[in-house]
Design a protein around this ligand. Structure first.
Ligand SMILES: Cc1cc2nc3c(=O)[nH]c(=O)nc-3n(C[C@H](O)[C@H](O)[C@H](O)COP(=O)(O)O)c2cc1C
Length: 360
């Protein structure tokens, strides 16, 4: 049915890359011209063709019950294509504790699907795939036996589902994920506005870091820079998606997340800045409280939130250069004791942003 399938992925630890690869192999095996590329290296205006004989797919991880901001932004900038077929596949945090536990995609699938539909694409499928949970800031990397069980299950499900899409059937994931997604809108909105910035600013490197710069070169959002004159160490910027690539692949296992810093930042950023500012301004200018109330108060708090993260993180990044402080934060970080995770069949080189696979 299809002449061409273009599949774009965004990936942290390789799960979404692996799912996109399975899809690409399935399409190529059917003689369909297949193009797989990371969203960082995509040239959509050239690569996506118009009309129902072309299929566009987006595969990406769920972050905070929604799609990562880079994926939303990429989808917003896609060219309009009248009736080009499209599917959306968020990957989620599958786990195996006693039995198999699925993740929750919230608005990830249907939000991206809505944008594509508004751009004229004809929606053929929305389906989440449960891959091993990679959120190492929160929990240790899953045991390799469980990882391989989850991946085996995901591969079988993905191939069956995608074969149906290629056969021309429409496969939407249904009402329950849609309703759950709607219920989780406030959480996912909060994640996009606050959570991802906060999570970006709790990374640091232990003394195992040798400044090799692999994390900088391979960051999918180009959010890391090496800073310092002699002792060059990574610095995480606001555009970091907390995708866990740096942490999951670092050969020295030097990248950590500091939970004590997370608590401190939580405390500092929750200070109601607008209240103090307003009190001070009202004492200065009578009637000021009527002006600064409501949404200006929210804006002030938001600016304060970003600024306090900025300054505290800079100070923290600088302080952790001192060996004794670095040791203190390293040994009080849970991640120091955690097993790392990345999709077992994926290595650094597979994830080069420029790397694209063009089959056929
Ligand atoms: C910051 C962050 C937030 C996440 N939030 C969710 C979530 O809300 N729901 C979920 O099911 N999985 C969540 N996950 C798990 C990932 O979506 C999942 O492991 C995914 O397969 C990772 O894909 P990747 O390796 O392509 O980045 C989260 C992971 C990270 C790092």
């Amino acid at each position: 049915m299809y002449k061409k399938a273009t599949i774009y992925y965004f990936t942290g630890t390789g799960n979404s890359y692996r799912v996109a690869s399975w899809m690409g192999e399935t399409a190529a095996a059917q003689g369909i011209k297949t193009h797989i590329g990371s969203i960082g290296s995509a040239r959509p205006a050239k690569e996506i063709e118009q009309g129902p004989e072309n299929l566009l797919g987006l595969v990406f991880p769920t972050h905070g019950f929604t799609a990562p901001w880079h994926v939303i932004y990429f989808t917003l900038r896609l060219p309009r294509r009248y009736r080009t077929h499209a599917f959306v596949t968020p990957t989620r945090a599958g786990t195996k504790i006693i039995g198999f536990l699925p993740g929750m995609e919230g608005t990830a699938g249907y939000l991206i699907a809505l944008i594509l539909w508004l751009k004229g694409y004809q929606l053929r499928g929305v389906q989440a795939v449960d891959m091993p949970s990679n959120w190492m800031a929160l929990h240790w990397g899953l045991h390799p036996v469980n990882v391989s069980a989850i991946i085996g299950r995901a591969q079988a499900k993905t191939i069956v589902w995608f074969s149906e899409i290629l056969a021309g059937r429409r496969k939407l994931s249904g009402f329950i994920p849609l309703l759950l997604g709607l219920a989780l809108i406030p959480v996912s909105f909060g994640y996009l506005l606050y959570g991802r910035f906060y999570l970006a600013k709790i990374f640091f490197t232990s003394q195992k870091c040798n400044g090799c710069g692999l994390c900088v070169d391979y960051c999918p959002t180009h959010s890391l820079t090496l800073r310092g004159k002699e002792n060059k160490l990574p610095f995480w910027s606001y555009s970091c998606e907390s995708c866990m690539r740096c942490m999951g692949f670092c050969p020295q296992q030097a990248i950590e997340v500091s939970q004590p810093l997370a608590v401190l930042l939580g405390y500092i950023t929750s200070v109601p800045a607008s209240y103090y500012l307003l009190k001070w301004l009202t004492a200065l200018i009578p009637g000021m409280n009527r002006i600064v109330n409501y949404w200006p108060g929210t804006v002030i708090n938001y600016i304060y939130f970003l600024l306090s993260l900025f300054f505290v993180y800079r100070l923290f990044n600088w302080l952790t250069r001192a060996p004794i402080i670095n040791k203190l934060f390293t040994y009080t970080s849970l991640t120091h004791y955690y097993r790392r995770y990345h999709e077992p069949g994926t290595n650094w080189k597979d994830l080069r942003e420029e790397k694209e696979k063009i089959n056929n």
